[in-house]
Design a protein around this ligand. Structure first.
Ligand SMILES: Cc1cc2nc3c(=O)[nH]c(=O)nc-3n(C[C@H](O)[C@H](O)[C@H](O)COP(=O)(O)O)c2cc1C
Length: 398
């Protein structure tokens, strides 16, 4: 029954993009943002619960361009079928990870999850800015805790789509004790993750961004990496790739520090960027923005800044001669293949999307992958790796 419904919906695939914009999005946008999100996530998880339904959707949504043009996408010991991943925060509890993978993502990042289950900030805490194609959120790591995430993931197979788990600090834990709290989450999620992302950049957990300071970051990453090696030795496997997610509101000097700390602690990569606290250059009326209050801004207005941070990070990685070790995952304001391409040219080896999905719908995943193949062909690149960082100077100077 469910499969038949899914078949019916996806038989009309060419219409889906238009239908999303003309019918589904207006309907969802009538609901409060968080209600719309929860409804979508639960529906997707339910409709695509069976492997058959997911395989069917995956076939229907597969890019029509030949994605073997990307060449082998190997990053930190993992293999990716395409470079576009789902960013953290979309599926905080990992309840729909396999279903979301069926939509054609190259990888899925779930979380942010914390050691302790927590409610997050009071609702409403997510706001749409349609004029800017942006979102302001101060969710505050609402999640059911690391144990529940791992339970949710147990029954799901992602079939060749790497799974990242993003961990953050529990709100009840003081910032001075953050390391122990991250370590606890890390141990809980260890066996379920292909990589772990350490979130020190959300603007919505008080004092969290203090962990981006050199000493604090060094202490945290060094403790996690030590435990990573111990667990890997116990389990007779390679240590997990460990990445750190950084804010866009940072200076060039801070970026150099992140790269230095990440390199010294043998991290696999840097995710740039999280949401911004800036409210510059928005079309939405100032009074409206002010009425939404504090939170992180994502979507279109973040695009250029995030690309600039990616370029500055890539340059610092090159200067440290760490290109083979430290990969950049670029995220912030990707709506189209051109946006994703810019991030790759600025130095991103992989990219992620969140807000673009809310405004464009899930077909954006296919469109972006198809568009990337076309752009690569047009620009004469033999594979994706050749393009990584090809215009770093241009974007670093922007
Ligand atoms: C509603 C919402 C919730 C988010 N929650 C998280 C989170 O829990 N952890 C995290 O690392 N990033 C979170 N993010 C940030 C995204 O992962 C991403 O870094 C940011 O939104 C920029 O990408 P975008 O412009 O494509 O949305 C969240 C973003 C939004 C819009």
């Amino acid at each position: 029954m469910v499969l038949r419904k899914a078949k019916f919906i996806f038989r009309c695939l060419p219409l889906i993009s238009m239908l999303y914009r003309s019918l589904l999005r207006p309907a969802l946008f009538h609901l409060p943002p968080e209600t719309a999100h929860e409804l979508t996530l639960h529906t997707v998880a339910r409709v695509l619960r069976s492997e058959r339904a997911r395989a069917f959707v995956a076939r229907r949504l597969a890019p029509r361009e030949n994605t073997s043009a990307f060449g082998a996408i190997e990053r930190f010991g993992l293999r990716f079928k395409n470079p576009l991943g789902l960013a953290a925060g979309f599926d905080k509890n990992g309840e729909a990870a396999a279903a979301l993978a069926a939509f054609g993502f190259g990888f899925i990042e779930v979380g942010t999850v914390t050691r302790h289950a927590q409610e997050g900030n009071a609702r409403p805490r997510i706001f749409r800015l349609p004029e800017d194609e942006a979102i302001i959120n101060r969710a505050g790591f609402n999640n059911q805790g690391a144990h529940v995430l791992v339970e949710n993931l147990k029954s799901q197979k992602l079939r060749g789509v790497p799974l990242g788990i993003n961990i953050g600090k529990s709100r009840i834990v003081e910032i001075e004790n953050a390391t122990q709290d991250y370590l606890a989450s890390f141990e809980i999620v260890y066996d379920a993750a292909d990589y772990v992302a350490v979130n020190v950049s959300s603007p919505n957990t008080p004092n969290l961004r203090e962990l981006q300071r050199a000493n604090a970051l060094d202490e945290l990453l060094s403790a996690l990496q030590t435990r990573n090696r111990e667990l890997a030795a116990q389990k007779r496997r390679a240590p997990l790739p460990l990445l750190v997610k950084i804010a866009p509101d940072v200076s060039p000097h801070e970026i150099e520090t992140f790269v230095d700390v990440a390199r010294r602690n043998r991290l696999a990569g840097i995710i740039a960027t999280n949401t911004t606290t800036s409210r510059a250059d928005l079309k939405t009326a100032k009074t409206v923005i002010e009425s939404y209050g504090a939170g992180g801004l994502s979507g279109r207005p973040l695009r250029a800044r995030s690309t600039q941070v990616i370029a500055a990070t890539f340059r610092a990685v090159e200067q440290a001669r760490a290109q083979n070790q430290l990969k950049i995952i670029g995220v912030g304001g990707i709506f189209t293949a051109e946006d994703a391409w810019e991030k790759i040219c600025a130095g991103a080896s992989l990219v992620q999307i969140y807000t673009g999905l809310i405004y464009k719908g899930i077909v954006a995943v296919r469109h972006i992958n198809e568009g990337l193949v076309r752009i690569m062909r047009r620009e004469g690149f033999k594979n994706l790796d050749e393009a990584v960082g090809c215009r770093v100077e241009q974007f670093a100077a922007a």
